[in-house]
Design a protein around this ligand. Structure first.
Ligand code: AMP
Ligand code: ZN
Length: 470
């Protein structure tokens, strides 16, 4: 296949043709939710970008092993559990369950692994020990820090270089600002009211950054293909992951770093801390359809900001309605007897354009545009000489292929609505025959035949099939 997959690598700041380290198999790590609350649609935009990525990799013929971690111990989960008066596990369990529900509602495929940070404490301890053996750490007040001056590559992902005046200064918080490039915490000394693990490092709990390094390398190996997140993850989180992983192994950690732009509301990043957020649940309660939300969230290519508005949601709903109408119409129209008016080149051209669009750094807007163009041709053909049986078959395949990545088409919605109507007409025909109204019964049979529905009266009642389909 000539089409190639090109992805924008944050590390090189350029578009690069994608090649997996192990032929045919992609190993990727996606930073998952911090499970201290319901995820908001900004988080979900990033998770759906990752869903489109894994589906695109499969379209390009790869097997995918995706790991998405669940951050169930960090500053935020600990604070949340304390405020709720619950144990950390009990508190985070609820939000993990809700997270899976939300992802299913949005038709996101499941990753292969969902490690919980609290299940990987021994791996984190081992990683910190390796860093210590190599002279990258120091202890202060019961905590262990990564000394960033020992890792010359520090800043290569984000472009942020630690200021010389800050040398030796350190930071304990899991999240901090760009102008605060300091020695960061790997292992935090126990504090009253915080969970703590007794380990060879002494009592305490992991910092956030070391969690992702330990889980990703444990499940995917010391060098793997793709690591993703949204742009706020670049610094400090991913910069610190590189320092910890490469500092310990001496090998390149990740080959392609991909970062999604933010979903914004009125020019501001949607964030729980800013209080300007909608959860998926908020939108469903207002009566919005999950597939419409998925459509909107994937419709803007991941490297552009997505400005969330209710007008945008409405427009997404209308676009989906147009798609559903055409598919319904297609399902209700029997194949053309002759060559029909939809050309094979139109269908094959669409398949090529789909790959080109997604191969162009996941240009979902272009892929959706191609789908709408195809469906306009379908409508035109249905207005004219129809669509022949073999082309119809190719069309069905092309639509299924597009939906294997986009995940927005009604799963046989057209067909099932049509099926309901067919059943209703068959019942009406049976009633007409019982009443000896054979003219009406025959009229119904003819009406269905015109739509390609063939009836067969058997000892067990009337069964039906679509002409030309088994
Ligand atoms: P968190 O639960 O805060 O760790 O975030 C989970 C993922 O959502 C991370 O990859 C974040 O970078 C991402 N994220 C957070 N806020 C937004 C936003 N407004 N738009 C897109 N992605 C976001
Ligand atoms: Zn992470």
């Amino acid at each position: 296949m000539p089409e190639e997959l090109v992805l924008r690598n944050t590390l090189s700041r350029s578009l690069e043709p994608f090649e997996a380290l192990e032929p045919g198999h992609v190993r990727m790590y996606t930073c998952g939710p911090t499970v201290y609350n319901y995820v908001h649609i900004g988080n979900l935009r990033t998770f759906l970008f990752e869903d489109v990525l894994r589906r695109t990799l499969r379209l390009f013929g790869y097997r995918v092993t995706q790991v998405m971690n669940l951050t169930d111990v960090d500053d935020k989960t600990i604070r949340g559990a304390r405020e709720a008066g619950l144990g950390l596990r009990e508190y985070t369990d609820r939000f993990i369950e809700a997270f899976f529900e939300d992802m299913d509602t949005l038709r996101a495929e499941r990753a292969e692994h969902y490690p919980r940070a609290t299940d990987y404490i021994p791996q984190m301890v081992r990683l910190i020990q390796r860093l210590t053996e190599k002279g990258h750490t120091y202890r202060a007040e019961g905590s262990i820090y990564f000394r960033i001056s020992t890792f010359p590559g520090y800043g290569k992902l984000s472009g942020i270089r630690p200021g010389s005046t800050l040398a030796g200064a350190r930071i304990d918080a899991d999240e901090y600002e760009k102008d605060d490039a300091r020695d960061f915490v790997l292992w935090k000394a126990p504090k009253p009211g915080e969970p703590s693990w007794d380990t060879d490092l002494g009592p305490g709990r992991p910092g956030w950054h070391v969690e992702c390094s330990a889980m990703s390398m444990d499940l995917l190996g010391e060098t793997f293909d793709i690591h993703t997140g949204a742009i706020d993850n670049i610094f400090p989180h991913h910069e610190n992951e590189i320092a910890q992983s490469e500092g310990a192994t001496g090998k390149p950690f990740v080959r392609y770093w991909l970062h999604a732009e933010h979903l914004i509301v009125e020019g501001q990043k949607m964030a729980k801390s800013a209080g300007n957020f909608f959860t998926l649940r908020d939108l469903l309660e207002r009566g919005h359809d999950p597939v419409t939300i998925r459509y909107l969230l994937i419709s803007v290519p991941y490297r552009q900001k997505l400005n969330f508005t209710f007008d945008g949601l409405h427009a997404a709903g209308q676009a989906l309605e147009r798609i559903a109408n055409t598919l319904r119409r297609l399902d209700n129209t029997p194949p053309a007897g002759g060559a029909g008016d939809l050309e094979l080149e139109t269908v094959e051209g669409f398949r090529k354009e789909l790959r080109n669009a997604l191969g162009d750094d996941l240009n979902t807007a272009r892929a959706l545009g191609a789908l709408h163009t195809l469906l306009r041709s379908v409508n035109t053909a249905l207005d004219g000489g129809g669509i022949s049986e073999p082309i119809r078959h190719r069309l069905d395949e092309a639509l299924a292929e597009a939906d294997s990545v986009l995940g927005i088409l009604p799963p046989d919605a057209g067909a099932s609505q049509a099926d309901e109507e067919i059943t209703r007409l068959i019942e009406e025909r049976a009633a007409a025959r019982k009443a000896r109204d054979f003219a009406r019964a025959d009229a119904i049979r003819d009406q269905l035949a015109a739509r390609g529905i063939v009836l067969e009266d058997t000892a067990h009642g009337t069964v039906w099939h679509r002409r030309g389909r088994s």
